[in-house]
Design a protein around this ligand. Structure first.
Ligand code: PLP
Ligand code: COI
Length: 352
């Protein structure tokens, strides 16, 4: 294993062409990217070079058999211009969990972390500082090895690209509780951040969008009676003053935002239950008025309040509260991430 990183700097930065006051999500890319290639049974030297298209053989297995996984992280800057990450080794661990399930080689944590930190230092100017913006980080691994034989590839790439980004959702989020399609099944890859999980969501999500919703809330594939998660975030439901979220499983992504929110809620003496939630319980609560809030939690989405949901051709609106848990928890987590609040759980990592 080579511990050095090769760096080729861009000749002229593109940063002046970016409007940092008007950032989209994930579609403006920083000057550099990192690539590390796994070949002949070992990882090579990571390379940081100008962001550019890459070249792959048409028979690369990523195209045919979907051996592809990714992560989502964010970098922030505090008032002293320190570069901050939030629980980054959790992302590396989850990337390796996904890798194991898709027979992609494990990336050593030091290679991942050192490469990421170096990339952030090279593109430090791209980390936005205005409220609600951050540098979205997209690490991904895929099969670059060739062959039409349906078996794992013999060559892989880890790449990390970054994108100064604003909010993931523009405006209020309306979700449709799904009762026909499933995102994941027992024994499947739902717990992994496999590209195919997202591809499989696009069709049912498109149908939901045509009906006026933004996202689907997935229910269990077997009975469709239990709320699981949304397309890009875990789901929290507040009934009276109790915050409830489903336990993670084979089918549900173990979200880092989710587990941080559970801890922060406990720190704030909010009653939290990690248990299965039935759709009928949510409908009954909506009808009786005890359903106070629903929100999604994820790196891209941060905390996204749900304004209403659809189920079986009926629509339900959530009340507008003056001090929702969603706002309190969003402020609490972003204050920790951006060094505006003490980090009592040791989640923040300063990039040096
Ligand atoms: N669930 C799904 C399907 C996701 O894609 C994400 C986003 O990463 C999450 C949940 C939230 O996970 P995290 O908080 O680790 O970003
Ligand atoms: C993230 O929240 O980082 C994700 O990976 C979700 C993605 C679908 C945007």
């Amino acid at each position: 294993m080579n511990s050095t990183i090769e760096i080729k700097h861009i000749e002229k930065s593109r940063i002046d062409s970016v409007d940092f006051n008007n950032l989209p999500f994930g579609s403006v890319y920083s000057d550099h990217m990192l690539t590390c290639t796994y070949k002949n049974g070992q990882w090579g030297t990571p390379i940081i070079e100008p962001y550019a298209p890459i070249s792959l053989d048409p028979s690369a297995k990523i195209f045919h058999y979907g051996q592809s996984i990714f992560e989502g992280m964010k970098a922030y800057k505090d008032a002293d211009e320190n570069i901050l990450l939030f629980r980054p080794t959790e992302n590396c661990k989850r990337l390796n969990k996904s890798a194991e399930r898709l027979v992609i080689p494990q990336i050593p944590e030091d290679v991942f972390m050192n490469g990421l930190k170096e990339l952030l230092k090279v593109d430090a100017n791209w980390i936005p500082t205005n409220e609600g913006s951050s540098l979205y980080i997209r690490p991904f691994m895929f099969a670059s090895g060739k062959g039409f034989h349906a078996s794992p590839a013999d060559e892989y790439k880890l790449m990390i690209c970054t994108a100064p980004s604003g909010a993931y959702f523009a405006g209020k989020v309306k979700v449709l509780i799904e009762e026909k399609y499933a995102r994941a099944a027992n024994g499947g890859v739902g717990f992994a951040k496999a590209g195919g999980n997202y591809a499989a969501q696009f069709y049912p999500t498109q149908l939901a969008i045509e009906k006026g919703f933004n996202q689907v809330i997935w229910t269990d594939d077997n009975t469709h009676e239990y709320i699981e998660e949304a397309g890009a975030m875990n789901i929290f439901v507040r009934i009276n003053d109790t915050l409830i979220t489903s336990p993670v499983s084979d089918r549900i992504l173990d979200g880092i935002t989710r587990k941080s929110i559970i801890q922060i809620a406990k720190d704030l003496d909010i009653d939290v239950e990690v248990r299965k939630i039935t759709v009928s319980e949510v409908i009954a609560a909506a009808q009786s008025g005890s359903l106070k809030e629903m929100f999604g939690a994820g790196t891209a989405a941060v905390i996204s309040p749900i304004a209403g949901f659809g189920y079986q051709e009926k629509e339900y609106e959530l009340p507008e509260l003056s001090q929702p848990y969603a706002s309190t928890l969003k402020k609490a987590i972003t204050d920790i991430q951006t060094n505006k609040a003490p980090d009592k759980h040791g989640w923040r990592v300063v990039v040096k």
